[in-house]
Write a protein that binds this ligand. Structure first.
Ligand code: ASP
Length: 334
């Protein structure tokens, strides 16, 4: 009996064709059509399609990403032994990380796999059909499969907690910097090169928290921080310079956010390494830590924003958020 695998479709390049009138790539390939493009699929699994949308992933919101999470849970509840999500690659790492934060894969009973494509279905060498075949092959491992969410593209399996889009054009875009892939798909065979342990899921009841990410550059002023203050956002993540520094004359705006009880997470704009409270002086890490800013440690800005949104959405206050970032969730990237 082939394994039962659900494919949750949302749109993205993997569902695009070139519109003959405008020449633009548009998501038009429905879920059933998408799996119909891959005749080999039936050999690998009994596939059931759950079509959620036909949109580019740059339109995704956190409540929508959480809707994908629910679709995954619903598919398992109706008997799937593995689930594949297809979406645009622009925010694939966000969906993957959110699923890693919120799902308990061993309890669900099978793999959770996210995939996408860099070349649409009108292009030579379209990578979508092969990526879906590989993703379904990984999902069809059922209880023997990867124990935390993964992304499968370009014949590689990446841990959802590490994977990132590194190139805006090349199909080899998805990488896990500092870690490498945890597996590979060689036709029907799946190589597991590293085990990935599940982390306890965060019980998010409100995925709609408004958390802003501000990337710093030399000489920027406090405009975006003040805008966050005026708008009364739920949380702010700063991608600071080096170990997470910002200019001294912007620090009063951070202090104002903190006085209002708004959590502020400090991360680094460097592509690897942590944000840490080492330096003194205004805008140094010691100064920011003394105001109650929380350090993102090994998480970059994008991932810190999701972890903060998940923690806030689970009702956590300042102390619990600090613990969350200080725990294994804050150490998952290098
Ligand atoms: N370039 C994107 C993709 O790969 C567009 C999107 O994210 O929807 O699908």
């Amino acid at each position: 009996m082939p394994a039962r695998v659900a494919v949750v479709t949302t749109g993205g390049t993997i569902a695009c064709r070139i519109d003959p009138e405008s020449g633009a790539a548009i998501p038009v390939v429905t879920g059933p059509e998408l799996v119909g493009l891959i005749p080999d699929l039936g050999r690998v699994a009994a596939v059931e399609v759950r079509e959620l949308s036909l949109v580019p992933s740059w339109e995704f919101t956190l409540p929508y990403i959480d809707r994908i999470r629910r679709a995954v849970e619903e598919a398992f509840a109706s008997g799937a032994e593995g689930v594949v999500v297809t979406q645009g690659t622009d925010t694939l790492e966000e969906t993957a990380f959110w699923l890693d934060l919120t799902l308990d894969v061993p309890a669900l009973g099978g793999p959770v796999v996210v995939t996408g494509a860099m070349r649409n279905n009108s292009e030579s060498g379209a990578d979508g059909p092969r990526n879906i075949l590989d993703a379904v092959t990984v999902a069809a491992e059922g209880q023997n499969g990867f124990r935390a969410p993964v992304a499968v593209t370009n014949s590689h399996v990446h841990a959802a907690r590490w994977v990132t889009k590194t190139d805006s054009f090349n199909p080899n875009t998805f990488q896990s910097p500092g870690h490498g892939p945890i597996g590979a798909v060689w036709g029907d065979a799946i190589a597991h090169s590293a085990a990935i342990d599940p982390l306890p899921p965060i019980p998010v009841s409100d995925p709609g928290k408004r958390v802003m990410l501000i990337r710093w550059a030399a000489g920027m002023d406090d405009l975006f921080l003040r805008a966050c203050l005026d708008a009364g956002v739920d949380g702010v993540v700063i991608e600071g310079m080096g170990l997470g520094h910002i200019p001294g004359d912007t620090v009063p705006a951070v202090a104002a956010l903190r006085e209002r009880g708004i959590p502020v997470i400090i991360t680094t704009r460097c592509w690897s390494g942590p944000a840490l409270p080492v330096y003194g002086g205004p805008g140094g890490g010691r100064d920011l830590a003394a105001m109650g800013c929380i350090f993102g440690r090994g998480l970059n800005g994008t991932r810190s924003r999701l972890l903060l949104a998940a923690g806030l959405g689970a009702g956590m206050g300042q102390d619990e958020l600090a613990e969350l970032f200080a725990g294994p969730r804050g150490a998952v990237t290098v």
